[in-house]
Design a protein around this ligand. Structure first.
Ligand SMILES: *Cc1c(COP(=O)(O)O)cnc(C)c1O
Length: 337
């Protein structure tokens, strides 16, 4: 049995028992996959992923629910997205049934690492990358599909806290017609420096602007952004440079179907955001998190007196209640493990 102190989990890696692995060689198909002990993986120094960043990832969670079941939250959406990301990077597509089989196997085998319902969840990290050696820039000749898991605590230890963000005008996250809409590993390497600069000035994260107009808002580091103004919820439309978040889609559905609120996907200007009633961001890791303070050049916007707003709180509560089976899931989003 593991010795995990459930009360002190943070959003960081805790090694677990096993990981799921499958291989693809040129001219074959993905192997059926197997569980192997969690640990390091040997690789050629010339691996496509190490030299040219040919890799994609996913992130989703398994929850132990109030009904004492173990569930995956909308894994079909992650699988769908992984297929699109793989296609974009010339990585052979992992069939959805193999992907789902891997998710179920690794979660079952590591079920003792899933925290109690009120203490956190099991973060699941699928990765697919070019393993084969390449010297010139080209797709690799072999690939690896791996899923590892880690128990994680709530993103904020002492309850929900409002984020303090800075709008960056010096860096873009994603270019038009680039790879921002896919979970390619290189996007995140490129975000480290702007994030580091923001953190060293006391901010939690960065808000990126659209690279074409430098005026409309796009995303927060690795979370989607929403604003609330006069009872209307707004979020920027997916246009290729915004990552199509599963949490983003869930929040849109919850707003419409459960809370009966108007929601629109349209471009949002920086000044509109600064004057919003509420601003929040969404993602598997952060769930629905309020943004209380936004700095852009010399102007500072305090949103809702730096407190979580009613709409943000309602969305956060509804989402978590569905995930933890504190209330019924009217959407069919939960898959039992
Ligand atoms: C993963 C990610 C998100 C959030 O997506 P979810 O599916 O909700 O976890 C948002 N933006 C970026 C850039 C991401 O990488």
């Amino acid at each position: 049995m593991n010795q995990i102190d459930w009360g002190n989990l943070t959003f960081s890696l805790t090694p677990t028992k096993s990981m799921f692995i499958s291989h693809w060689e040129n001219g074959t198909s993905w192997t059926g996959g197997e569980l192997i002990p969690f640990g390091d993986i040997p690789m050629s120094p010339a691996a496509g992923v190490l030299n040219y960043g040919q890799g994609i990832f996913e992130g989703l969670k398994a929850f132990r629910t109030a009904k004492d079941r173990i569930i995956l939250f909308r894994p079909d959406k992650n699988i769908e997205r992984a297929i699109l990301s793989a296609e974009r990077l010339c990585i052979p597509i992992v069939p959805s049934d193999l992907f789902m089989d891997g998710l179920l196997k690794v979660v079952k085998d590591n079920s003792e690492y899933i925290p109690p319902s009120d203490k956190g969840s099991l973060y699941i990290r699928p990765i697919i990358w070019g393993t084969g050696p390449v010297l010139g820039v080209a797709p690799a000749s072999s690939y690896t599909f791996l899923i590892y898991v880690s128990p994680v605590g709530p993103y904020f230890k002492s309850g929900i806290r409002c984020l303090n963000l800075r709008v960056t005008k010096k860096y873009h996250r994603a270019a038009p017609c680039g790879v921002g809409g896919y979970k390619t590993i290189g996007n995140y390497a490129a975000s480290l420096y702007p994030q580091k600069l923001a953190k060293s000035s006391g901010f939690d994260e960065v808000i990126y602007l659209n690279a074409r107009d430098d005026e409309s808002i796009e995303e927060v580091g690795s979370a989607n952004i929403f604003i609330v103004k006069d009872k209307m919820i707004l979020t920027p439309p997916l246009g290729g440079s915004i990552l199509p978040g599963v949490t983003r889609d869930s929040v849109i559905n919850i707003s419409r179907e459960i809370l009966g609120l108007d929601i629109e996907e349209r471009s949002i200007s920086l000044s509109e955001m600064m004057e919003a009633d509420e601003v929040f961001c969404t993602g598997t890791a952060v769930s629905v998190t309020p943004i209380g303070k936004i700095t852009s050049d010399d102007s500072v916007g305090i949103i809702n007196e730096n407190k979580i707003g009613n709409v943000t709180l309602a969305l956060n509560t509804e989402l978590i209640s569905i995930q933890k089976e504190l209330k019924d899931d009217p959407f069919g989003w939960l898959i039992q493990v």
